[in-house]
Design a protein around this ligand. Sequence first.
Ligand SMILES: Cc1cc2nc3c(=O)[nH]c(=O)nc-3n(C[C@H](O)[C@H](O)[C@H](O)COP(=O)(O)OP(=O)(O)OC[C@H]3O[C@@H](n4cnc5c(N)ncnc54)[C@H](O)[C@@H]3O)c2cc1C
Length: 503
Amino acid sequence: MPAPLRRGPSRWDNYHGTESCDVADLIELLNSGADSGRTVLQEVAGDVLALLQEARAAGRQVRPLGAGWSPSPITLVDGGWLVETRRINRCFRLAPADVAPGCDPSRLMLVQAGATVDEVNDSAEEMGLSLRTGGASNGQTWAGACATGTHGSVLDAGGIQDHIRALQVVTPSGVFWVEPHKPVMSGEFVTATGSTIFRDDDVFAACQVAVGAMGFITAMVIECVPIYMVRNIQKRGRITREHISRLAHGEFRAVSRALALDEEPHFVQVILNPFAPFSRDALLRFLYLRDHDPSIPPPPRPLVGAGYDALTLIGKAMAGLDLFRADVLQLAMRAGYATQRDINDPEAVATWGNTTEPHNPIANLFNGSVTMARADLDRAFEPLIEAFLSGGGGTVVTLRFMKRAAGLLAPARFDDNVVIDFDGPRSDVSHRSYRAVVTRLDAMGIRFTRHWGKTNDLDAARVASDYGDDYRRFRQAQRRLLPDPGDIAVFRCDSLIHLGLIN
Ligand SMILES: Cc1cc2nc3c(=O)[nH]c(=O)nc-3n(C[C@H](O)[C@H](O)[C@H](O)COP(=O)(O)OP(=O)(O)OC[C@H]3O[C@@H](n4cnc5c(N)ncnc54)[C@H](O)[C@@H]3O)c2cc1C
């Protein structure tokens, strides 16, 4: 198999140009064309093990890189080795002999860490399967998306990491197959991947949202659901204060009845104009479950999501405006939903994979979000919007809804969650506005968490208090998987130290 490509000292910029660093080596992992998933996993894990051991001996730090989409600095490793995974991106079916007794392999898939969400969607559909949930876009790698708890707005699902059933993790001391206490894969499979079995509920839960602090993940077994389709209704509409209360109380069907179809929605997303949330149109998206119908062709273009690009670009122009901001933003929001898909649109039924969208890089994007118990939205809504505008505002405010997600460090840690995104141009105004939101929530005594991959202003003390006992369990699990201080040192970087996720 081809050896990893080593480009030497390089300047690296993340996908959206929000962060950069000088690395001593930019390394790209490569795959072989071997037929067997077991062989491919063993080969890649062997390469990663050799790199980590070399780094430990040389006193270098290593940072695994996904698609580089996180706007926060969590991928940076100044002076260290950044290891790209985008080309270890194969997906494999599993056979009965691969799994432990009592496990059904028909919904399981073996996914290499660097496969993008889009690639996983395609492979799942070829196998008659669908993902249960995911983010709005599909260019993240599977390992990178899970590492930060990426989520969408499927009402009865958690985050993308909830799909994971087992992982292959490499540390300088070895190649480990991490599973919960109850076995998932057969001993023969694990051995053939070159891994040592490591069954531990908390280590598994720590690896599900690892923020890059639990070793180098090379592959995962994920569980999907039988393939389904969704009916997409994407429209501009006027929401009321009563709708916000109903959303806060989980009355999604009532809101759907008022604004779209009279049936239980699978997914609800509301993008608001914060300058005039009830007197200007919001951008609404409802998805409804449908049986898979193979005679329905894929849509000519994805059933595109939020249209963030147009909104972000206009946000830059708005940053210099004092007057007419509500109107300017409303114009941009119309552009954002140029492909409005309303109740009678015949192209509006598609597989889950065709509801997610690719994304172009946007220089100087600002993304910040807070996740809190859904019921708190009712009392927090007006204060949050007021706080956001007090800093100058950004562009739009998005509401998404989800269940508690898997993983000790999953930001969606309440039974029912609302995630509120504050998007805008990367400017002092957007950042100041986001800080005002966080300060207001604290002043109101409302508990909340923040996205690991977005701008979040977190530090070690705050992480420890936000996650409490789960944080303590995460750090203990980390010590069980990486007991040798020399092994942990390989993954040390400024951002993880700052977050209190590594010493
Ligand atoms: C346009 C856009 C749209 C987005 N939409 C959403 C959304 O709808 N919902 C949402 O929740 N978030 C969203 N995000 C945030 C995004 O999903 C996360 O930042 C995600 O982590 C990015 O995945 P990535 O593959 O680019 O990972 P990266 O940003 O490259 O890495 C993220 C972290 O994972 C670690 N990592 C990556 N690969 C490995 C590995 N193999 N082993 C160990 N650690 C690893 C890295 O070290 C880093 O700490 C969006 C971001 C953008 C830019």
